[in-house]
Structure formats: structure tokens, C-alpha cells
Design a protein. Structure first.
Length: 241
């Protein structure tokens, strides 16, 4: 005899919470996420199907495997994972559990999901994030991103929070949480795109333009500092001759 688990037929998709690293494709035209544990090697989109990370030919979630998307029931439990050193740059996701799923005491393992919201924590300096910038690592074809304030973006590849949401598509909402007000602009403002990154949206409002100008000013200040250093080195070289 095979043990059959009780079947659930909810009227609405269950809601779950998880953490993940935001990702930007190499050509800058797509955005997504990658998990922090078992499925970290496979970036996924806002609306996506799970696949077996072991390459087996069954449909997730299989009771004889641990494949599939994972999430927890409680938002607080997911937020607690952000306290660990290796997860400080991750973002908090609210997801809809779609398709077949297996319920556990603390969460779900399931076949398909829609990421509804992404909450971006503060920059490493403690200021509220205004963008997502190159984190210095990635996966083949994908750059990992980390929260960054206007003052810390500098010349790194980056995309604004609203720009990331636009690239990800499917109605994703991205917001900044925590941190002190950014030195480059007002807290809570989500600019619509960093110039030079595909997917920047049109139709700026005054708050978005203020935040966008702050990002540009921060980058300009960084470039001027580098030029000044190069000028000083050139002057020293001329003096020696």
C-alpha cells in the first residue's frame, strides 16, 4: 500500500515568504532571482516553474526528492534568515504558491510560483537602498545584485529598484525597507532606472527625477575623484622629470 497525503484544494493560492538574491542578466535585459540554498544554481523569473536540481526526469515536487521551490508560512521566519552574514544582501520575497505543493510544518515545497513583492534592505553602509548594484559574484550569464545607496553605487553596473521591477515584469513590486535616509536623496524614493542600463522607464515624476539626479551626482563625484587622483599622479611624474 502507498501512503497518500490528504489533498488540498484552496480557493486562492497560498502565500509564502522566502529570501533570494536579485539577479541581472549579462546583457541587462532581464531580471530575476536565485535561491540561497539548494536551488541557488538556477536563477528564476517572477513567474516560473521549478525544475529538479539533480536533473531527474520527474515533476517537482516529488515526495522522493527535495526539489521544487521552497518558502515558509511566516514572514518573520523569513526575515530572520537575513540576519546571517551570508544572507545580508538578499531580499525578502512574498510569493504565491501555484500548482502542486507539499505542506510542511513551517512552509511549502511546490511546483510553480509568482513573486509578488521584493523588499530590499539597506545598503552595506546603513543607508536606505536606492538601487541594486553589482555584488561582485554571479552565475553563468547572470550578475548578482546587492542593495546600494546613491553614494555607494559609483561606477558599478546597477539598476534602480523600479527599473529592476520593470525588467522582471509580471507585476513585481519592489520597495526599499530599513536604513537611514540616503545621502543622495529622500528616503523611500524608487528611481525608475539608471542610465546605461536597458529597461529604464519613461514618465518620471518629480520625486523620481530627484532620486535619479542623486544617483547621477554620486557617480559624477566618484569620477571626478578618480580624475583628480590621476591628475595628481601626472603632476608628480612631471616634477620628477
Amino acid at each position: 500500500m502507498r501512503l497518500r497525503l490528504p489533498a488540498e484544494r484552496p480557493t486562492e493560492p497560498p502565500t509564502g515568504y522566502k529570501i533570494a538574491h536579485p539577479m541581472l542578466s549579462q546583457d541587462g535585459t532581464r531580471a530575476g532571482f536565485t535561491g540561497v540554498s539548494l536551488g541557488g544554481a538556477l536563477p528564476y523569473g517572477v513567474l516560473d516553474d521549478a525544475s529538479c536540481v539533480y536533473g531527474r526526469r520527474h515533476r517537482p515536487p516529488s515526495r522522493l526528492c527535495d526539489c521544487g521551490f521552497h518558502c515558509v508560512h511566516d514572514r518573520t521566519a523569513a526575515e530572520a534568515l537575513l540576519c546571517t552574514a551570508e544572507h545580508r544582501a538578499a531580499v525578502l520575497l512574498e510569493v504565491s504558491v501555484l500548482g502542486a505543493y507539499i505542506r510542511f510544518e513551517r512552509g511549502y515545497r511546490y511546483a510553480r510560483q509568482r513573486v509578488r513583492t521584493a523588499a530590499v534592505g539597506p545598503c552595506a553602509c546603513g543607508a536606505r537602498a536606492a538601487a541594486l548594484a553589482d555584488a561582485g559574484w554571479g552565475r553563468p550569464g547572470w550578475r548578482a545584485l546587492a542593495p546600494a545607496c546613491a553614494g555607494c553605487v559609483r561606477a558599478r553596473t546597477s539598476v534602480s529598484l523600479a527599473g529592476f521591477a520593470g525588467l522582471a515584469g509580471d507585476g513585481l513590486r519592489v520597495s526599499a525597507t530599513g536604513g537611514r535616509p540616503s545621502p543622495g536623496g529622500p528616503a523611500g524614493v524608487a528611481p525608475r532606472g539608471v542610465p546605461g542600463v536597458p529597461g529604464a522607464a519613461e514618465g518620471f515624476g518629480v520625486p523620481e527625477l530627484v532620486a535619479e539626479a542623486a544617483l547621477l551626482q554620486a557617480r559624477l563625484d566618484w569620477f571626478q575623484t578618480q580624475l583628480a587622483r590621476l591628475g595628481d599622479r601626472g603632476a608628480e611624474g612631471s616634477g620628477e622629470n
